[in-house]
Write a protein that binds this ligand. Structure first.
Ligand SMILES: Nc1ncnc2c1ncn2[C@@H]1O[C@H](COP(=O)(O)OP(=O)(O)OP(=O)(O)O)[C@@H](O)[C@H]1O
Ligand SMILES: [Mg+2]
Length: 304
């Protein structure tokens, strides 16, 4: 087993009487896109700040590449972190901002992955325009370009779509998609549920500083609710499902059926229908992560 890239174990962080993070654990393996999902005040930013060595934990441990980091640690060079708002010089172009920032770190721009960073950021010709003419979303993409110059092995992003409009959010989602196609490892926080559902492979839900659930996005959705199925014979499917253990209510919806799963998995429902000789056209979660998340926060039991 190789060491996880991020390993947080039993982490607690108190600010005076406030318990921001409480016995929280999280792991990110190489190649995962992990979403840290939670409502306002859940403890997401605090968790990421402790991980980056910007805060000391009250208890527990947060490791990056197997190491507890402090400001200046070598391991931090392998991380591109956006935990605070990226700041740029507005009167200068995006490109000049990138160059000055890189050179301020003592490097030559020729050694940076400029092409890769620009390709992911997707700013096109706008890279030569003054930053003060950029939209919020463009500034955010320039922030990504800056992180990527150093070819980081891990990206840590605190609410990367915060303050963006729906079009800009879509662009950031596409950008993260380009990163993950290249095999980057990402840990991002969000309270946009659909966002995590669409961008992430794994999700960790936190609330009041505590771990609520974790697993793959698919697991989290499929273990908590119902599936939508389309078959060639709905009436016969209803009879088959009525006799299948672990299946609750079955209701007709549109061209298909909504099947409530009480104690069974989606794959078992598929197997029962196919086993009975029905032709299964579609089977998918009938609810998104948003519903699963709300159920979790209501304290409903789920096993993921
Ligand atoms: N420096 C601090 N001093 C005192 N309390 C703090 C400090 N930082 C965070 N907190 C408190 O800790 C709790 C968790 O805050 P945190 O910012 O980590 O949550 P979050 O999940 O990032 O929320 P948001 O979605 O609003 O960004 C909150 O109650 C917050 O007020
Ligand atoms: Mg926050």
């Amino acid at each position: 087993m190789t060491e996880p890239i991020v390993a947080i174990e039993g982490l607690s962080k108190r600010f005076g009487a406030v318990s921001a993070v409480d016995d929280f654990s999280l792991q990110v393996e190489r190649g995962q896109v992990a979403g840290l999902l939670g409502p306002n005040g859940a403890g997401k930013t605090t968790t990421l700040r402790v991980l980056m060595g910007l805060e000391r934990p009250s208890a527990g441990v947060a490791r990056l590449f197997g190491t507890v980091v402090v400001p200046g640690s070598r391991e931090l060079r392998r991380v591109g972190a956006m935990v605070e708002q990226a700041a740029f010089v507005p009167q200068l172009s995006g490109m000049t901002n990138l160059r000055l920032w890189w050179e301020a770190g003592g490097g030559r721009l020729a050694d940076a992955d400029l092409d890769g960073a620009l390709a992911v950021a997707g700013l096109g010709d706008a890279i030569d325009r003054k930053v003060k003419t950029y939209s919020q979303g463009m500034k955010q993409r320039l922030g990504f370009a800056r992180l990527l110059l150093a070819r980081p092995e891990l990206l840590v992003l605190d609410e990367p779509t915060n303050g963006l409009d729906p079009g800009e959010i879509r662009e950031i989602r596409e950008l993260i998609g380009r990163l993950t196609n290249e095999g980057s490892t990402v840990l991002l926080s969000s309270h946009h549920l659909s966002e995590v559902e669409q961008t992430c492979s794994h999700v960790v839900v936190m609330n009041h500083g505590r771990l609520v659930a974790s697993g793959t996005v698919t697991e989290l959705i499929s273990s908590s609710g119902s599936v939508y199925v389309e078959v060639d014979d709905r009436e016969r499917a209803r009879a088959v499902l009525a006799a299948t253990p672990g299946v609750g209510n079955v209701a007709i919806q549109g061209d298909g059926l909504i099947v409530e799963l009480t104690e069974t998995r989606r794959s078992d429902v598929a197997a029962a229908l196919v086993g009975a000789g029905l032709r299964l056209e579609t089977i998918m979660p009938s609810q998104g992560l948003e519903d699963a998340f709300l159920h979790l926060l209501e304290g409903q039991e789920v096993s993921v």
